[in-house]
Design a protein around this ligand. Structure first.
Ligand code: F6P
Length: 525
């Protein structure tokens, strides 16, 4: 039985009682002499310092007791065993199987052959592109890939492509088109040559409106530029999908459909053939290292005791912040410009997974659930919204992320970057009282943060970082009693768009504001 209502656990009430006694973070450092070493954990090349959170170690123990009495451990086993834990869609959730290297005993091996075969097929296609063996209709090598996809079929590959800039050892460029905003795709296509362009239609379902419209525009451009009628089945079009039959019905040649399985959630799909653009850019070895990094974190998540398990501990601190300290947002601030897309990626991962108020047992949640996730890179954010973080009326927990070394930078820049990060975390926590009659200079401090460090940003550490967040989100969903793997909340807006799109749409069932706005749009388009 995986259903769970956290507030019905006896320990939940104890945690509620305990929160009022929470000392300031600086006081915690005095009360707990070994706080830094006791709250710093390492796994899969990541070092996580939790000590600057506003939680006493006794309170963490209580959170762990609460977890031990929850179905989390069974839930994790059920996920890894391939049980259909996505109950509203009756699907297994097996993204760890996409980076399975055969040494996690609790992870089902049922799909290993399929995964290895699909991965090999995708890496072979990518290698053909990279080596110049994949020729276009007029015999030219491919120089540009346009990845057309949205949500999980865009954010993950785009994040990794940008983050691993250093590992892109060829002249191939991957472009990402997601928004149905035509200005994007038309502007891009103007810069490309159809003879040397491959359009990768990335869609788990192969039914997504934005992706199909963008694909239609790109394929018309290819058709005109190449003067071929059946452009869908030409070597300029490839499909990355879990719905091979839809892609083939669309006209994509069966051998150019790179499949993955239904049990890969859209926002967990960068490890599958959806990662084709990444593999084209960085090659099979770096792509494999990305998977290995994620796998190392999977192994840690599957096997480390709960009190040493970093996704579990990060999730518990998040729950403490959200449910007990009532901090409802979570900022993620990488001090690395190449991780500039991380917060956008995490917004989907976290908010589409845990932004829910109905529990797995179909009852309404009795507690707050997923946080509002946001952020951007430091030091840029320091000159924008950090003012509010230091002196505003909201308390915003921060996850700082940094790499100790950066081969693309130099010591002066990199030291300055890292010292800024450390100084901000210190200032947020320690604060500083205002001088007399200058209250505007008061820094109240006591603002919590977590520091995630890696030696260097590599495919492996990036894989581990992303997997860390995947599992953190899983743990939180499990402890809130949520099914983190569906996304029914996005359906109504899609349905209404489809109802409003036809020019002859009957607007009478819509409110007056919507009617007026549609009236305006109908006069223009
Ligand atoms: O609308 C939300 C969503 O279903 C996401 O979960 C998904 O990543 C995205 O749309 C794109 O879906 P698809 O890959 O099927 O085109």
């Amino acid at each position: 039985m995986l259903d769970f209502r956290p507030e019905q656990s006896a320990i939940w009430a104890q945690l509620q009682n305990a929160v009022a006694d929470t000392p300031s973070i600086t006081a915690l450092f005095t009360q707990e002499p070994n706080r830094v070493s006791e709250l710093t954990f390492e796994a899969a090349g990541l070092r996580i310092d939790l000590s600057k959170n506003k939680v006493a170690q006794g309170q963490i123990k209580l959170l762990l007791e609460f977890t031990a009495l929850s179905p989390l451990a069974n839930h994790r086993s059920a996920m890894l065993a391939g049980q259909p834990i996505n109950t509203s869609e009756n699907r297994a959730v097996l993204h760890p199987a996409l980076r399975d290297f055969g040494d996690i005993s609790s992870l089902t091996s049922a799909y290993r052959d399929t995964v290895y075969q699909q991965r090999a097929q995708m890496l072979t296609a990518a290698e053909q592109i990279r080596s110049g063996k994949w020729l276009g209709h007029t015999g030219k090598v491919i120089t540009d890939i346009v990845n057309i996809g949205i949500g999980g079929s865009d954010l993950g590959p785009k994040l990794v492509y940008e983050a691993l800039r250093e590992f892109r050892h060829n002249t191939l460029t991957v472009h990402f088109i997601s928004n149905v905003d035509g200005a994007e795709i038309y502007s891009l296509l103007k810069t490309l040559n159809p003879e040397t362009t491959l359009v990768a239609i990335a869609s788990k379902t192969f039914t997504t409106q934005e992706t199909l419209l963008n694909a239609k525009t790109a394929l018309s451009w290819l058709r005109e530029g190449l003067r071929i009628k059946q452009v869908e089945s030409s070597p300029h079009v490839i499909a990355l999908t879990a719905s091979a039959s839809n892609a083939v019905s669309y006209g994509v040649a069966a051998e150019r459909v790179l499949p993955f399985e239904e049990w890969v959630g859209g926002r967990y799909s960068l490890w599958s053939s959806i990662g084709f653009g990444i593999a084209c850019a960085v090659g099979a070895q770096a792509f494999t290292e990305l998977l290995q990094g994620a796998h190392a974190l999977d192994k840690h998540f599957a096997e480390a005791p709960l009190d040493q398990n970093i996704p579990v501990l990060m999730a518990l601190i998040g729950i403490w912040n959200i449910n007990f300290l009532k901090y409802s947002t979570q900022a993620v601030i990488p001090y690395c410009e190449r991780l500039g897309l991380l917060s956008a990626y995490l917004q989907q991962l976290d908010m589409e997974s845990n932004g829910k108020s109905t529990l797995r047992d179909n009852t309404k949640a009795g507690t707050a659930t997923g946080p509002i996730v946001w952020g951007q890179t430091g030091t840029n954010g320091q000159h924008a919204f950090f003012q509010l973080m230091h002196q505003g009326t909201h308390t915003i927990p921060v996850e700082f992320i940094g790499a100790l070394q950066d081969t693309l930078s130099d010591n002066t820049h990199h030291r300055t970057l890292l010292v800024n990060m450390i100084a901000q975390a210190s200032a947020l926590m320690s604060g500083k009282p205002a001088p007399d009659s200058q209250a505007y200079r008061d820094y109240p401090g006591d603002k919590p943060s977590t520091m995630i460090l890696m030696e260097q940003l590599t495919p492996s550490t990036l894989g581990a970082l992303i997997a860390l967040y995947e599992h953190k989100v899983f743990v939180q969903g499990s402890l809130w009693g949520i099914n983190s793997f569906d996304q029914w909340g996005v359906e109504l807006g899609k349905k209404l768009t489809n109802e409003l799109l036809p020019r002859e749409a009957d607007l009478s069932g819509f409110d007056e504001s919507t009617q007026a706005l549609m009236g305006l749009v109908n006069t223009r388009l």
